[in-house]
Design a protein around this ligand. Sequence first.
Ligand SMILES: Nc1nc2c(ncn2[C@@H]2O[C@H](COP(=O)(O)OP(=O)(O)OP(=O)(O)O)[C@@H](O)[C@H]2O)c(=O)[nH]1
Ligand SMILES: [Mg+2]
Length: 304
Amino acid sequence: MTYKAGFVGLIGQPNAGKSTLLNHLVEDKISIVTPKPQTTRRRVLGVVSRDQGQVVFVDSPGVLRTQKGLNAFLTKEAEDVIESSDALAAVVSIDEKKKDDVLKIINLVKESHKPWFVIITKVDLSEKSHRVEMVKDLVRTIDPKVKIIEFSSEWKKESKEIIQDVIQTSISLLPESKKPLYDVELFTPHSVRELVGEIVREKCFENLTKELPYQIAVRVTNFDESKKNLTSIFADIIVSKESHKPIVIGKGAATVKAIGMQARKEIEKLVGHKVFLKLDVVIRDNWFENPRMMKDLGYHNDRK
Ligand SMILES: Nc1nc2c(ncn2[C@@H]2O[C@H](COP(=O)(O)OP(=O)(O)OP(=O)(O)O)[C@@H](O)[C@H]2O)c(=O)[nH]1
Ligand SMILES: [Mg+2]
């Protein structure tokens, strides 16, 4: 048996369900998910190890039209994932309104000249079920033979088999390798500290509206695991203008308290014991348009 290993990039429109799919693939929550588009900013790696091979799935930001500030970073990050992956999965939701947006993803993936397949997501949305065949037909206009897998995060029983199909299909497309790329016990190479920052950002998305979540970054300033059953975490919620600060804090600090409480509960599940979490709201004027501040917050493409 030849052992295979490599990277499979998940490429799709914002909100297609890429991060949800990644979490199902690794059977753990490593990538944040919200109902809002443009949730994922930096690539997230999920490792799946089997006897026949190891797939490193790479969740990426949704492919965007605009190219300014933070959006330019997101676009470049998705391009980098396409370029650096060994194979690609085009992730297309039946929720996608425009045919052109589906075609854009399929063409983008095909034009990479890497082995690829298609995952159609959200197939449980019954009022849109007629679109499953529509999307398949669209894909087949570009490649009549490409493998298409239908996925729903809502199907509990069927989802296990579908996930195995995604993993086996991915392995079959990967190059031969003498050994795995990561420790086979690992499901993500990201540190708990990194995951914590993302969890706080997810709770900001859930508790805030309009442009606010898009103009927020989170920086973990102190992560102390020196006590046996208590991790102490200090993090800054970085807003882009003065007027956003009182909104994030909320009346009687209700909003920031809700963000903190929800994040703490989830972090406690992740680390398996009690967590002390202290959040501060900090203003960095228009950080999302400033390359230096973006870089400082980890949003720069030249790091890899
Ligand atoms: N009904 C249904 N909803 C889904 C499914 N997969 C994802 N969702 C929902 O779709 C929304 C977007 O999911 P994400 O996984 O964050 O999508 P994404 O492609 O990572 O989005 P970006 O990071 O913004 O590019 C969330 O509200 C998910 O709960 C699915 O199979 N069925
Ligand atoms: Mg995502």
